[in-house]
Design a protein around this ligand. Structure first.
Ligand code: PGA
Length: 252
């Protein structure tokens, strides 16, 4: 699988009762039917995935989960396995989001095992990496990202089965973003690291995430090395989320 740019994916987080999910997706589908090209996707909460899958049908909208277990099945209360994610109709899964790494104490080693599980079941892993505010202020961003890339990416990662999302933790849900130059510099660094570590690593799609809105999307999506965006809050509003995707279309 290859991803046409822009790659714009919505992470709904813990938002969206089934009726809300239906309304949001119905509105997005209407727009998507009229505008082909690029890669456009949504990651609803687990409880809405099947409903959303039914609504999407054969429209060109990718569907993802927000996490998966490294295990296949068994006594893991509350967890959802990669085969369950695939069975529910998803083609992709977000892994290692900072709200999992920091909110649930998930290590890069665990992230790598989850990515392996996703790949075993044909799912595209959207692996999130990013520094905290303290690390940013201490000038440790690139070292943190190097370590996360080293430890979170298992063997078998390829441009077809993996997307990387660079999400500075301090930019998520805060309305703050790095400068465009900083984003471009950081993406260039990540690209170099991936090239050194993975066959065809330069072809892995690199998304920026963290307070992407309709307003800043044209600039961010036009930045060097940015193939798209992982969008949280703004993906809950159909018109705004769509405007982010269209901004990427214009800049490619
Ligand atoms: P945000 O979240 O767009 O609300 O900052 C991004 C993310 O967490 O993926």
């Amino acid at each position: 699988m290859s991803f046409d740019t822009p790659v714009v994916i919505g992470n709904w987080k813990m938002n969206g009762l089934r009726a809300e999910a239906e309304a949001l997706v119905t509105s997005l589908l209407e727009k998507r039917r009229r505008v082909p090209g690029g890669t456009f996707g949504v990651c609803p909460p687990a409880t809405a995935i099947s409903d959303v899958a039914d609504l999407i049908g054969d429209v060109d909208v990718m569907l993802g989960a927000q996490d998966c277990s490294p295990e296949e099945a068994g006594a893991f209360t509350g967890d959802i396995s990669a085969p369950m994610v695939a069975d529910a109709g998803c083609q992709m899964v977000i892994i290692g989001h900072s709200e999992r790494r920091h909110g649930h104490g998930e290590s890069s080693e665990l992230v790598a095992r989850k990515v392996q599980a996703a790949h075993r079941h044909g799912l595209i892993a959207i692996i999130c990496i990013g520094e905290t505010e303290a690390e940013w202020e201490a000038g440790e961003t690139l070292a943190v990202l190097d370590r996360q890339i080293e430890e979170s990416l298992p063997d078998g990662v390829s441009p077809a089965n993996t997307i990387i999302a660079y999400e500075p933790v301090w930019a998520i849900g805060t309305g703050r973003t790095p400068t465009i130059d900083d984003i471009a510099r950081t993406h260039a660094h990540i690209g170099e690291r991936l090239t050194g570590r993975i066959p065809h690593g330069a072809e892995i799609r690199l998304l920026y995430g963290g307070s992407v809105k309709g307003k800043n999307a044209p600039e961010i999506l036009a930045a060097a090395g940015v193939d798209g965006a992982l969008v949280g809050g703004a993906s809950l509003d159909a018109a705004e989320f769509w405007s982010i995707f269209e901004a990427g279309h214009v800049s490619t």
